[in-house]
Write a protein that binds this ligand. Structure first.
Ligand SMILES: Nc1ncnc2c1ncn2[C@@H]1O[C@H](COP(=O)(O)OP(=O)(O)OP(=O)(O)O)[C@@H](O)[C@H]1O
Ligand SMILES: C=C(C)CCOP(=O)(O)O
Length: 248
């Protein structure tokens, strides 16, 4: 059983304060991961985290997005550096609770071609899983033919990992209990963007990768079922449950 789980940047950071963790939320999430890994399930778990108040601020500062690039190495390094800092914090928490986590930085591994098609080799992640490690990747900047560097969202990394690993399930743990309909109720299941487009907004905070609308669009491309849920449901998801909104 292979699972890809994203810890949302909105969840593990304080999106209102630049480069600030949400300590309690991060600890609760890493504890839940440690309990699941210690309990032997899921067998293979690849983690990804978003940017929250780390990457998005610098991406906006430098005018960089998934489509707008920069050829300024200093700008790219500032965005990347904020993400590796956050990655270090996440890894440290996981190591504190004995999860054998190792980093995977998209900037050093992949690229986009001139048509913006993403190439992100999966062998590193597959071998780490085979050796019993828990790979922890993240949203990042990535080299992009003809554009310098652009942003890769954690959600894109999730989709690449899930496809490359032929994952059985995907989870996106965020600050919301699921995807809400126009009346604020959690939608049980989504299988077409058009059905929910009116209810979907961006993010509450600085976010260059499209918030919830971008997330749903990206996840609909997956073969594996993806679940969007809140922090309270993370243990249930890791135990094999189907919390929040299922996106097919
Ligand atoms: N219909 C909707 N249902 C649920 N959340 C929605 C909806 N429309 C917009 N949102 C917003 O989507 C946000 C969650 O998306 P966001 O991209 O911020 O999550 P994340 O993955 O945790 O963060 P990051 O992108 O930093 O990793 C919430 O802040 C919520 O306000
Ligand atoms: C802004 C950067 C560097 C990555 C964005 O990733 P996301 O928070 O998963 O959308």
């Amino acid at each position: 059983m292979t699972t890809v789980l994203k810890l949302g940047g909105s969840l593990v950071t304080d999106k209102e304060r630049r480069e600030t963790l949400d300590d309690d939320a991060l600890s609760a999430a890493t504890d839940a991961v440690a309990d699941a890994v210690g309990g032997g399930a899921p067998a293979d778990l690849a983690l990804v985290h978003g940017a929250g108040s780390f990457g998005h601020h610098y991406a906006e500062k430098h005018g960089v997005s998934v489509t707008e690039g920069t050829t300024d190495a200093g700008a790219a390094l500032e965005i990347h550096g904020s993400m590796t800092t956050l990655n270090r914090f996440v890894l440290a928490r996981l190591h504190d609770c004995d999860v054998p986590a190792l980093p995977v930085h998209p900037l050093s591994a992949g690229a986009r071609d001139a048509e913006a098609t993403l190439e992100l080799p999966i062998q590193t992640v597959r071998t780490m899983l085979g050796e019993g490690f828990v790979p922890v990747s993240h949203g990042d900047v990535i080299a992009h033919a003809g554009s310098g560097t652009t942003i890769i969202s954690g959600d894109e990394v999730v989709v690449r990992f899930a496809t490359g690993l032929d994952a059985d399930r995907v989870g996106l743990c965020s600050t919301v209990d699921g995807v809400y309909d126009a009346d604020g109720a959690v939608i049980d299941r989504i299988d077409s963007f058009a059905d929910v487009a009116d209810a979907l907004g961006g993010s509450d905070a600085t976010d260059v990768t499209g918030g919830m609308a971008g997330k749903v669009r990206t996840l609909l491309d997956l073969d594996a079922p993806a679940y969007v849920f809140g922090a309270d449901d993370l243990p249930a998801f890791l135990a094999g449950g189907e919390p929040g909104t299922r996106i097919d």
